[in-house]
Design a protein around this ligand. Sequence first.
Ligand code: WTA
Length: 650
Amino acid sequence: MPHTNSHDHIDAMLHETRVIAPSEEFQARARVTREEYERRYRQSLEQPDQFWSEVAGELHWTKPWEQVLDWQEPHAQWFVGGQTNVAYNALDRNVQRGLGDKRAIVWEGEDGEVRTYTYAELLREVKRAANVLLALGVQPGDRVTLYMPLIPEAAVAMLACARIGAVHSVVFGGFSVSALSDRINDAQSKVLITADAGYRRGQPVPLKKNADVAAQNTPTLEKMLVVRRAGVEVAWEPERDVWWHEAIEAASDEHEAAPLDSEHPLFILYTSGSTGKPKGVQHTTGGYMVGTYLTTQTVFDLRDDDVYWCTADVGWITGHSYSVYGPLLNGATVVMYEGAPNQPDWGRFWSLIEKHRVTILYTAPTAIRAFMQHGDEIPGRYDLSSLRLLGSVGEPINPEAWMWYWRVIGGERCPVVDTWWQTETGSIMLTTLPGAFSSKPGSAGVPMYGVEPALMTREGEELGADDGGLLVIKRPWPSMLRTIYGDDERYRKSYWGEIKGVYFAGDGARRDADGYYTIVGRVDDVLNVSGHRLGTMEIESALVAHPSVSEAAVVGKPDPIKGESVVAFVLTQDGYTVDPTELRAHVSREIGALARPDSIIVSDALPKTRSGKIMRRFLRQIAAGKPIEGDTSTLEDPSVLERLAATPPA
Ligand code: WTA
């Protein structure tokens, strides 16, 4: 078994034997039965062209594809020769189907403001925004960076890009100035869309101010479109800055969606890998559209009258695929909430569910554990009877949190679907379709249509059930990433080059006799903190960029709420002293508050092999307060371990 970052979870999951079946009532009305799943899954592997043609055929194409898949490993093209437009399919098509007056987005600000857009209204807004982007000189293929709060304009901006064939790159609003400018520069974006500020825990987050600083160092950036969200004072550069509301008001609401090649890039989304620099994961039009459309409809058992709420921010892949594209492609009513789960108190999610009669809730284990910590009594004050289905995403869910979610939030009535996938996979890969399968708390489940997973060794030897191994996918699927923006070599190496002929996910997993996969955590140097991916090397480079640090090693430590927390071992630069408070602030400035180390251990040495490699395995043990296990004889100086273990973290 490869090392993982979450041994405690593994232990808990290995002893988990509960099986929870959906109610008969749920099964009777479910979109997908077990027989249907078996039949379609088999078809998706045996006759993939036919399977994917049927799914893609439910959507609108201006030109039909000539070939379903062209696979020149590691490069896939799906629906080759076809032309379509994702925004057209999400909006115009739904208006034409008679959903014009249906609510598309029901948004609630942290301050309680509510705004609703019907499909017809959203379409009008997106057409205007598309015209605004065109007027700013944005051409098909140009990159547009978004640095926005979770407000409807974020979805409008994404869809407007998709409508004209511009490639959006959303940067989470919690990222720092330098993270923002790095991402603008990597993508060579022409336009930045931001807001004066967003709200987080009652405080305005000064997005425009950050953007102004970032833009001092971004030569390709020509224009900044600014949404007025908070009404705070902002600096203004008249040559460069444009108010969103003024431009939208002046723009025509007539616009024809651009017919785009199926492989036209749709977006770039940066995510952490095992080396220092975040990777710009690139998704394209046709395959991503088909993948998110199909999975949203089947995994969430979507019906016309559902009120669907995925709590993810648009800064993450979950926000792309399941707050915006997937549900809108299906004509669903999407709830969006701008703020923190504990604003004004830990009842906020439940009050939103009660008020908007939410039927489907999709959130992350870290949030569930935080709610759980505050007790059953808070959710008990709200009417959660509208809920009929719950989903979990982003990290392994421990069985205790699963059971709490099912019992307290779902009233033992709502199936809980765990969903394993990644920024790179674009859409859900492993789950238990809610009417077709029982759930096993802690286990992600079985493959979605078209997904052929396996467990392997590093050498590519396939392993059987109950052998833990590396999770791989044996064939391409429509919504998979196509490349790393500007670095195809890294794409080749990281995904299809690690283990010959298969996609390497970077996770360790097990499979049981029923074919359910349980994810045990990352096997590379990627941490999962509160469901957010962070590269240890990314944090290490931020740490050593501080004058007081000469060397740093970062590991994860199991955390009851966040899943993992960041522990940094640092060596002091001669002539300096390390100030942990200042160092944390420094990491926040370099990357963002989410990467701030929880513990900092200042030391005079790190456990290195004679060839100079840091043995992070031992650091993980020390961080977790565990006894040192394993062969320490390869270390240059094994006594370092004792000294580190005896150093109190700051
Ligand atoms: C982890 C988020 C266990 C996993 C959609 C993966 C999960 C990484 C689950 C991707 C789950 C995500 N169970 N682990 N249901 N979902 N992960 O790119 O380690 O932000 O590789 O995509 O999160 O994180 P990403």
